[in-house]
Design a protein around this ligand. Structure first.
Ligand code: PHE
Length: 344
């Protein structure tokens, strides 16, 4: 055993890789190896001798195994280190450029307005784009056959009157919110989203992004409407912007107004964009009609409210000096890239 142990120690000393070590292990520890041979000698010994020999043999085997295990561990660590060393990543190499998108100008306006209204105590409500005739017209005081429907002849998903349509005006969210409100108490919401209409020129698109608003409470007056919309226009377009209220007609508000702001292109002097008037219309608004209140479950004797609706596309055009609304839906990267900001 001693001789064998020395022999193994000597050989193991020169081993520098796991493969050779394994071969050496097979040579000495396999069933046909010299250590098995030593075990076989047991059968020729007396009981007394067996005891002593057995103990020595066990101690010897443990020592040999330890020799192999210790070196194996050492070589494994060395090999791992070598691998790590050779696979080291060069962090100084330039990286591949990640092309970053940017927020669409309309998304910017939408977020800016949401923030403004939330700061004034409003909640943001998200209504569906596919609406019923009831919500888009009937509950807004536009019964079947009402002539004002003609101006919004729109995208019906089946035949008119019976089925659904893409919402054609910025007032369907208010119907849903009033109806859903269980306690029939005060409401303050804005509702952004898409609206679809038969329109198509430089300042109108068949699809636009709305911001609808509704306030319902006791003692709400036209003064609240004026104050809110003036704040809204000035915050978005700058304090110097002039805001004008013109009497108008909407079946679901009484009285109704249209809101104009100073033309962004000529500053009010008159140009082709504002048709020489110096003003551009940006909002429809008014006091919620008592019929609408009662059709949506509110008592018009107790509650009043105001509603407004606007296209954010117009505001984006003002703010960023975009002269054709249609570029906003073209998704041309040359257009969109102009709105990328570092902080996105
Ligand atoms: N719903 C109207 C439209 O889409 C705008 C509007 C909203 C007018 C609320 C009055 C009150 O043109």
């Amino acid at each position: 055993m001693e001789k064998l142990l020395n022999e193994i120690k000597e050989k193991i000393e020169n081993v520098t890789d796991l493969k050779t070590l394994n071969e050496l292990k097979v040579e000495y520890l396999s069933k046909k190896g010299p250590i098995t041979e030593l075990s076989l000698k047991m059968k020729d010994l007396s009981i007394e001798e067996k005891k002593e020999y057995g103990m020595k043999l066990n101690a010897f085997k443990t020592e040999v195994n330890n020799l192999f295990d210790t070196l194996k561990e050492k070589l494994e660590i060395e090999e791992l280190n070598k691998k790590l060393e050779s696979e080291k990543i060069d962090i100084t190499l330039p990286s591949k450029r990640i092309r970053k998108g940017s927020k669409h100008p309309m998304t910017r306006i939408k977020e800016e307005l949401e923030d403004l209204f939330v700061s004034m105590g409003y909640e943001v409500y998200d209504g569906p784009e596919i609406e019923t005739d009831e919500n888009c017209f009937q509950k807004l005081n536009l019964p079947l056959g009402h002539p004002a429907r003609d101006a919004q002849d729109t995208f019906y998903l089946e035949n008119e009157y019976e089925a659904f349509l893409l919402r054609s005006q910025t007032s369907t969210g208010q119907v849903r919110v009033m109806e859903a409100n269980q306690d029939k108490g005060p409401i303050r919401i804005v509702c952004p989203g898409k609206v679809y209409r038969r329109d198509d020129d430089a300042t109108h698109s068949h699809q636009f992004m709305q911001m609808e608003g509704l306030v319902i409470d006791e003692n709400v007056s036209m003064a609240d409407l004026k104050g809110t919309l003036e704040t809204f226009c000035k915050k978005l377009l700058g304090e110097k912007t002039n805001v004008r209220f013109r009497p108008s007609y909407f079946p679901f508000t009484e009285p109704s107004v249209e809101v104009d702001v100073t033309c962004f292109k000529c500053g009010g002097k008159g140009c082709s964009l504002c048709k020489q008037t110096g003003w551009i219309e940006v909002l429809g608004a008014g006091m919620v009609h008592p019929n609408v209140l009662s059709m949506c479950g509110y008592d018009p004797e107790k509650y009043q409210g105001f509603a407004f609706g606007t296209g954010l596309d117009r505001f984006a055009m003002f703010k960023y000096g975009i002269t054709d609304i249609r570029t906003m839906y073209g998704n041309d990267e040359r257009f969109l890239n102009q709105f990328s900001r570092k902080d996105d």
